[in-house]
Design a protein around this ligand. Structure first.
Ligand code: AMP
Length: 435
């Protein structure tokens, strides 16, 4: 299926896609949208930057367009769970973009802001509720949300939720969602706890894996610059001044580091702002807006805050600190080269960070070009097998087998939603899996 027009999507969605110049579905969209509009459960193993938001938003909007469920106070029909406020907001923006020519109501529920407006919107009744787990649980406990009418449930970036300690909240929320529903489950990786969760939630899912080495990542020109700890800032200035840097995201390991670096850049004459989890929601939105509108050239970010940032035209991603988790590298560099354009990712690597570099190379399955190989460390970087990291090695092996298991278990035994409608059968499939 190599264009959206040949997909059986609700006409107003086709119109919005055409207006946004979406012609060709991405691989995850090709594989997810047709079974999802027929009511199948989906297990999608994919990173951000692969187009996975549209992969779940379009089938949901298609469902709303065709089945037109009525809104009821405090009882949404669709629940989308996302790990961060930024991601929730972006998902909301995507729903608005794709659903521009449709009538539907959505509410966003996340922490860090007062709950008054969220409570009012819920009371008025919404079709789609997009929420982070903590605030949702809070509102459920207060009686502002009832999940008994959920017909489609989306879990986005499930592994990230696990990393952020949301697993207990997630389990409580899942226990309140009806058994008979369609579930769309997305995770960049499938560690055992996520597999367990998926197995509990999904019924005969269509399993889709978009390899971590996505075409988007392949289009990114990646390099490593060896640096001494004290030289990183000079190296960064050199880079920001010397190259054609239009918009850059610079990643640091800590919130404190992000603040300090943004201030230092500002003092050195480069307009920069920081975004991290300690900032209020408003401050984070202001920082993103300043970056989006090019009032600042550089956004200094930590991993959690940057996850899901979707700003087109980011020319450079610079890893001021190497990410500790190799998967974060793929997420970070995925902030550039988005929506079909190329990007540049440069990682500063000190001698202390060589292990991280090796783990990343192992994960992405390729060596990253070193810009200054002449710079010598005491320990020379070598292939990952020179110094195996048992923890990460095991995890990769586990992930491989889990993918294979899930693939084998996935049988396309879903029922066509539209067909069943014609036959006068219930429109969503009945499930026997327990929650
Ligand atoms: P996501 O992985 O959902 O964060 O999407 C990554 C970026 O790709 C976003 O900027 C989307 O607007 C864009 N995008 C998603 N699908 C398509 C498509 N089929 N054609 C063009 N751009 C797309």
């Amino acid at each position: 299926m190599n264009d959206f027009k040949s997909m059986d999507l609700f006409a107003p969605l086709q119109r919005a896609l055409a207006e946004n110049h979406y012609k060709t579905p991405t691989p995850i969209q090709c594989q997810t949208i047709p079974p999802a509009i027929e009511g199948a459960d989906i297990l999608g193993c994919a990173q951000t930057g692969t187009g996975k938001t549209a992969a779940f938003a379009l089938p949901i909007l298609d469902f709303l367009g065709h089945e037109k469920p009525a809104t009821k106070p405090n009882r949404p029909a669709v629940l989308v769970l996302a790990p961060t406020r930024e991601l929730a907001i972006q998902i909301g923006d995507s729903f608005r973009t794709y659903g521009k020519h449709m009538k539907f109501r959505q509410a966003l529920v996340y922490g860090g802001v007062g709950q008054g407006q969220q409570v009012n919107e819920l009371k008025r009744g919404v079709h789609v509720l997009i929420a982070t787990p903590g605030r949702l649980q809070d509102l459920m406990d207060q009686g502002h949300v009832n999940l008994n009418d959920i017909q489609i449930f989306v879990l986005d970036e499930a592994d990230r939720m696990l990393d952020m300690g949301f697993l207990p909240a997630l389990k409580k929320i899942i226990a309140k969602v009806p058994r008979q529903k369609q579930s769309l489950f997305f995770s960049a990786t499938l560690p055992p706890k996520i597999r367990e969760l998926a197995a509990r939630l999904l019924f005969n899912p269509v399993s889709i894996t978009v390899a971590s080495k996505t075409p988007t990542v392949e289009r990114i020109e990646q390099s490593v610059r060896y640096a001494k700890r004290g030289n990183k800032f000079a190296s960064l200035m050199d880079l920001l001044n010397g190259k054609n840097v239009d918009r850059a995201i610079v990643f640091t390991r800590t919130k404190h580091g992000a603040n300090g670096l943004a201030k230092k850049l500002d003092r050195a004459g480069i307009a920069a702002t920081a975004i991290h989890g300690n900032k209020t929601q408003n401050a984070r939105q202001r920082a993103l807006e300043a970056f989006r509108q090019k009032k600042v050239t550089v956004l200094v970010a930590t991993d959690v805050a940057a996850r899901g940032i979707d700003i087109d035209g980011v020319t450079h991603v610079i890893n001021f600190d190497m990410p500790v988790e190799p998967e974060s590298y793929v997420h970070r560099i995925g902030r550039t080269g988005r929506a079909g354009s190329d990007g540049i990712a440069i990682s500063f690597c000190t001698e202390d960070e060589l292990d991280e570099l090796r783990s990343i190379e192992k994960l992405i399955g390729t060596r990253i070009r070193v810009e200054n190989p002449e710079m010598k460390f005491d320990t020379k970087p070598g292939p990952a097998k020179d110094k195996p990291n048992p923890r990460k090695g095991n995890r990769n092996r586990r992930r491989k087998s889990s993918n294979a298991e899930l693939r084998n278990g996935a049988q396309r035994t879903y029922r066509r939603r539209k067909k069943s409608q014609n036959e006068g059968k219930p429109s969503r499939k009945t499930k026997s899996a327990s929650n």
